[in-house]
Design a binder for this molecule. Structure first.
Ligand code: HGY
Ligand code: MN
Ligand code: MN
Length: 429
C-alpha cells in the first residue's frame, strides 16, 4: 500500500467546512438538467440530457481548478494535486432512474466537487492527488454500474456489445452518439495502486436513519443483486368460452409465482433483509377478451449475503417450475445481471467514525439495500460510504428529499473523511 508522510496534519484543516450555499446551488442547478415537459427527471446515461449535465459538470470542475477528462468508458473525472501518482477518489453518479429524485448520485458527485474547492481555497498542499468522479451508467438503463466496472477492470466487453435499454436502443449506439467508442470502454481500467481509497456520500434511500434520528450512516456492506428474466408461456384463449380449469393462463401462473416467491424471500432473507421486486412486467397480448399467453417478469433479488441470494434464486426457480406444471405452462429463466455483495473497508469506516465524532455527530452502522458504485470500487481498492437520511425513506421518485441541514452535516463528514484519508496516505484494507 501507499506510504506517505503525514503532511496534512501540519495544516490547520479542522476548522474547514463545506460552503453549503454553493453546494445547494449546484444541486439545484443539476436537478434542472434533464427534466421532461412533465417535470420528470430523465437523465439517462449517454442521452442528450446526460451529455448536457456532463458538460455543465466539467465546466464546474474546471472552474474549481481541476484537471478534467472523460475516460474511455464515459466516466467524468476531475483531479487536483500532483499530476502523477496515486489519489484518494470520491464520487458517485449523475445518471437518474426515470422520474427519479434530485439527490440520488448527484449529491455524491457535487459534494466531491465541493471538497475539491474547499481544499483549493484553503491552499492545502496535497501529499497526493484527489479525484472527483461522475461514474457513467450507474442506474442500469443498459448495464448497471458500467462506469465503475470499467474503472475496476470487471466490465466485460460483451456486456457493452449486448447492452440494450427497455426500448431496444443499443448501448453501443448511445455511446457513439455521445462521442465515445464502445470498443474502447474497457480501456478505462485503473491499476489498484492508482487509487489509495474510494469514499462515496449518498442518500440512504430508506427510512432507517430518519426513524433513529441519526444524521450519519456508516455503511458496513452493500447488497448483492441478481436480475432474472422469467417467461411464463401458455396459450391464448377466449375470455368468455374457455373453461377456467382448462386454460393455460400465463398471468394466473405469474401472479401465483410472484406471491409464493415473495413468501420465500421474506422467510429466507438474511435477518429479514432479503428483497424481491418485479419492476418490469410484460404481458401478451394485452387484449381484455383474450387469455394471456405470455408473461415476462424482470425479477430483482437482493441480500447482504451472496449465498442467500443464490439460495433464494434457486428456491424461487423451483417455485416457478411448480407453478408452471400446475397451470400447464412452460417457464424459462434468463440470468440478466448481478453484482456480488461488498464489505466496506474497516480503515475507511474508522475514518468516517472518527470524523463524525470530532464533528459531534452520532452515527449508525448499517447495510445498504441499494446498489452503488462503491460496491464495485471495493473490488479494486479500500472503499467506504457515508449515508444521510432520506425524508420519509423515499427515493427513486420525484419527491426524494433530504433536509439541507443533513446534507450539510453529511458533506462536512465527507470533507474531513477525504482529508483524513489524504493525510493518512497509508490505507489498509
Ligand atoms: O438499483 C439500485 O439499487 C441503484 O439505485 N442503482
Ligand atoms: Mn445511487
Ligand atoms: Mn438509484
Amino acid at each position: 500500500m501507499l506510504h506517505r508522510t503525514n503532511t496534512l496534519v501540519a495544516q490547520r484543516v479542522n476548522g474547514l467546512r463545506v460552503n453549503a450555499a454553493r453546494l445547494r446551488a449546484d444541486i439545484e442547478l443539476l436537478a434542472s438538467i434533464g427534466r421532461t415537459s412533465e417535470g420528470a427527471l430523465a437523465r439517462y446515461a449517454f442521452s442528450p440530457a446526460y451529455e448536457e449535465a456532463r458538460a455543465w459538470l466539467k465546466t464546474r470542475m474546471a472552474h474549481a481548478g481541476m484537471a478534467v477528462r472523460d475516460d474511455a468508458a464515459g466516466n467524468t473525472i476531475g483531479r487536483i494535486g500532483p499530476d502523477g501518482g496515486a489519489c484518494v477518489m470520491a464520487g458517485s453518479h449523475i445518471d437518474t432512474v426515470p422520474d427519479g429524485g434530485p439527490l440520488d448520485g448527484a449529491l455524491g458527485v457535487l459534494a466531491a466537487l465541493e471538497v475539491a474547492r474547499v481544499i483549493k481555497e484553503a491552499h492545502i498542499e496535497l501529499p497526493f492527488a484527489f479525484e472527483c468522479v461522475a461514474f457513467i451508467e450507474e442506474e442500469g438503463r443498459f448495464l448497471g454500474r458500467m462506469g465503475s466496472k470499467a474503472m475496476a477492470g470487471v466490465l466485460r466487453q460483451a456486456s457493452v456489445e449486448d447492452g440494450m435499454d427497455p426500448s431496444g436502443y443499443r448501448l453501443t449506439e448511445a455511446m457513439r452518439t455521445a462521442g465515445f467508442d464502445p470498443s474502447a470502454a474497457t480501456q478505462a481500467r485503473r491499476p489498484a495502486d492508482d487509487i489509495s481509497a474510494y469514499v462515496e456520500l449518498h442518500i440512504e434511500q430508506g427510512p432507517v436513519l430518519e426513524q433513529l434520528g441519526v444524521p450519519i450512516g456508516v455503511v458496513e456492506a452493500i447488497v448483492a443483486t441478481s436480475h432474472t428474466r422469467i417467461t411464463f408461456e401458455g396459450e391464448p384463449d377466449h375470455a368468455g368460452t374457455a373453461p377456467m380449469d382448462l386454460r393455460k393462463d400465463a398471468f394466473t401462473g405469474a401472479a401465483e409465482y410472484a406471491c409464493r416467491a415473495r413468501e420465500l424471500v421474506l422467510k429466507e432473507g438474511t435477518k429479514g433483509q432479503g428483497r424481491l421486486t418485479f419492476g418490469v412486467v410484460d404481458l401478451k397480448p394485452q387484449v381484455a377478451n383474450i387469455v394471456p399467453y405470455q408473461v415476462q417478469l424482470l425479477q430483482d433479488i437482493r441480500d447482504v449475503s451472496d449465498a442467500a441470494v443464490a439460495k433464494m434464486v434457486g428456491g424461487t426457480r423451483a417455485i416457478a417450475e411448480d407453478v408452471a406444471s400446475k397451470h400447464r405452462l412452460t417457464v424459462r429463466h434468463e440470468h440478466v445481471s448481478g453484482d456480488t455483495a461488498a464489505i466496506m473497508s474497516e480503515h475507511v469506516r474508522a475514518a468516517i467514525h472518527e470524523v463524525a465524532a470530532t464533528l459531534g455527530l452520532p452515527t449508525h452502522d448499517m447495510p445498504s439495500g441499494a446498489a452503488h458504485d462503491a460496491q464495485i470500487m471495493a473490488r479494486l481498492v479500500p472503499a467506504g460510504m457515508i449515508f444521510v437520511p432520506s425524508a420519509g425513506g423515499r427515493s427513486h421518485r420525484r419527491d426524494e428529499r433530504t433536509d439541507w441541514a443533513h446534507l450539510e452535516q453529511g458533506a462536512n463528514v465527507f470533507l474531513h473523511t477525504v482529508l483524513r484519508l489524504l493525510a493518512d496516505g497509508t490505507v489498509q484494507s
